[in-house]
Design a protein around this ligand. Structure first.
Ligand SMILES: Nc1nc2c(ncn2[C@@H]2O[C@H](COP(=O)(O)OP(=O)(O)OP(=O)(O)O)[C@@H](O)[C@H]2O)c(=O)[nH]1
Length: 417
């Protein structure tokens, strides 16, 4: 097992303990544990893989289809220069190539370029593969009538092409490829009945198909392994190991994206700094392991209040969390922050050393930005929320201090967001 995977798996196991971590982490770890010899992930993961594969396959597929189209376009030159075929035979062959194979390829190119869904793209690639093999067999029959032995291996080359560049999952393309090969063999042996010596060509084509099928399996297997590794590393590196929330680095980039989105769409948003009250005393009284568990519980509560698609939340540092809620009025945001504060208190996590009350509580600084402006930096909003948080602390803790960004004096900045 590669070392980076080993480390990522250990981190993932730790993250799984915090319920605020995304489900994908557990799913990927389980998948790496169970293996995927049958080249199939559990359904939700398979959908993500399918989606990513489709996105990354587009250029390869278009290149493959374009190469096939170009070969067909250049075929007349070859036929005329090398074989000097009679016009009548030429016409039939051109009909198969230009009226049959070429339109299929062009349609497939257009569909791939437009970025159709993963399933449709795979269906299109598979259908065009079968259509091209059928066309090649048609051309072979027509050329044989003219005494030209158009090698049957071209059909196998079609399979090699789709394996190398088509990026169609094995469980679709291997059965289709092998069935097509069997059909070609049947047509050859019982239909075309070529001279005995030509059976070597058939054997060569069959061997190529087998090699390509094996290649398809092994390359998809390593592609899947690399995809799981990369997704796991990506997820683990963005998460805070203790709470499972976004870590500071990932949080800042997600906040930046959300802020830019709000500016672009003219949506108001609220940014909240959430801090556990007298957590130093908590650690002193109950010990750091208990402190860690409390951090996890609070983190999970913060996460449960930031679950809409554009919401962002993360661990800002220490016992401080940040949440960004987009597209709500100031009143609703204040109510939301107040509900979160009350929900933490309602967890009834004992905190005997707190001067605020018997339970663990949080203070919240909520900065409401009603009309985000591109001239206002996210740092200024963060700094304002931070000042509001300290206002809540000064006023006695376990409360929400709200302020409108536009009506408060701009803070002096130190960050670079
Ligand atoms: N257990 C645990 N404690 C942490 C972690 N990160 C920060 N802390 C503790 O959080 C405490 C923060 O203390 P302070 O910044 O003084 O604030 P506070 O005690 O919460 O007091 P107020 O914020 O004024 O209510 C420190 O004791 C840190 O050790 C962590 O990952 N685990």
């Amino acid at each position: 097992m590669p070392r980076h995977r080993d480390q990522a798996l250990r981190d993932a196991q730790q993250l799984e303990r915090s319920r605020a971590a995304p489900w994908t982490i557990g799913a990927i770890r389980r998948q790496l544990d169970y293996g995927f010899r049958w080249l199939r992930f559990e359904p939700a993961l398979e959908r993500e893989f399918e989606h990513d594969l489709n996105r990354s396959a587009r250029a390869n597929r278009i290149a493959l289809l374009a190469m096939a189209a170009l070969t067909i376009l250049l075929a007349p030159v070859f036929d005329t220069v090398v074989f000097d075929l009679p016009v009548a035979a030429n016409t039939k062959i051109r009909l198969v190539q230009y009226a049959g194979m070429l339109p299929v390829l062009v349609l497939a190119i257009v569909a791939c370029a437009r970025g159709v869904s993963a399933r449709l793209a795979e269906a299109i690639m598979t259908i065009q593969f079968v259509a091209i093999v059928a066309g090649l067999m048609g051309v072979r029959v027509l050329l044989m009538e003219q005494g030209v032995d158009f090698p049957v291996e071209f059909t196998a080359v079609g399979f090699v092409g789709i394996v190398a560049l088509g990026r169609v999952r094995s469980r679709i393309i291997i059965p289709v490829g092998v069935l097509t090969a069997l059909l070609v063999i049947a047509i050859e042996v019982w239909g075309i009945r070529p001279p005995h010596a030509a059976y070597y060509h058939l054997a060569a084509a069959g061997t190529l198909v087998l090699i390509a099928a094996y290649l398809q399996y092994t390359s998809e297997y390593s592609m899947r392994g690399a995809w799981l590794d990369q997704r796991l590393l990506e997820l683990v590196s963005r998460r805070d190991g203790l709470t499972g929330l976004l870590n500071r680095h990932a949080l800042e980039s997600s906040l930046t994206v959300a802020h830019a989105h709000a500016v672009r769409e003219g949506l108001g948003y609220g940014l909240a700094m959430i801090d556990i009250d007298q957590f130093g005393r908590y650690n002193n009284g109950y010990g750091h392991p208990a402190g860690d568990q409390t951090l996890r519980e609070v983190a999970q509560m913060v996460e449960s209040y930031a679950r809409r698609p554009l919401d962002v939340c993360g661990r800002y540092g220490g016992e401080e969390f940040t949440a960004l809620w987009i597209g709500e009025s100031g009143d609703r945001l204040e109510a939301h922050a107040e509900n979160l504060r009350a929900a933490v208190q309602a967890l009834h996590m004992e905190h005997k050393r707190s001067t605020v009350g018997p339970w663990v509580t949080v203070s919240v600084g909520l900065c409401y930005v009603s009309a985000p402006d591109e001239n206002d930096s996210l740092s200024a909003v963060l700094a304002t929320a931070d000042r509001l948080l300290y206002k809540a602390k000064r006023q006695g803790r376990n409360r929400v201090a709200t302020g409108s960004f536009e009506s408060l004096p701009r803070p002096a900045l130190t960050g670079n967001l």
